[in-house]
Design a protein around this ligand. Structure first.
Ligand code: MN
Length: 136
């Protein structure tokens, strides 16, 4: 089963880029371009990871991260923030809102996927377990 990633990003080009990238790496990506729909979508899609833009109209990524982390049903979902902010202060603000990771724009695709993989461990447990009835 493909791991599900919810991508919340108001910029359509970035939204498409992130979703295409995730799908190319066998994730099931669900796009959300309006931050106001993010929490309901998270409940519906039950993602294993949320990629969250910070600067959006109507509602900021900070507010959404806080809301998600206050929700008993959704708080366990790791959140990877993406933002053009690069300052140390911004990174601290993002982390104190509750984000588990932070990637700054312009995005390095390799670093983006590295962070995704760190937050969504691959389901290799079954393959790694030696089968009980296997005899050499
Ligand atoms: Mn934005």
């Amino acid at each position: 089963m493909a791991k599900r990633v919810l991508v919340v990003e108001d910029n359509e080009l970035n939204l498409k880029l992130f979703c295409d990238l995730l799908r190319a790496h066998d994730f099931a990506a669900e796009p959300v371009s309006d931050g106001r729909e993010a929490v309901a979508k998270a409940r519906e899609f039950a993602p294993e990871l949320i990629v969250m833009d910070i600067q959006m109209p109507h509602v900021t990524g900070y507010d959404l991260i806080r809301e998600l982390k206050r929700d008993p049903e959704l708080r366990a979902i790791p959140i990877m923030a993406v933002t053009a902010y690069a300052g140390r202060e911004d990174e601290e603000r993002i982390r104190s809102a509750g984000a588990n990771a932070y990637v700054s724009k312009p995005i390095s695709l390799a670093r983006f996927m590295e962070e995704v993989r760190a937050l969504v461990p691959a389901a290799e447990v079954e393959a790694a377990e030696p089968s009980e009835d296997s005899e050499a």
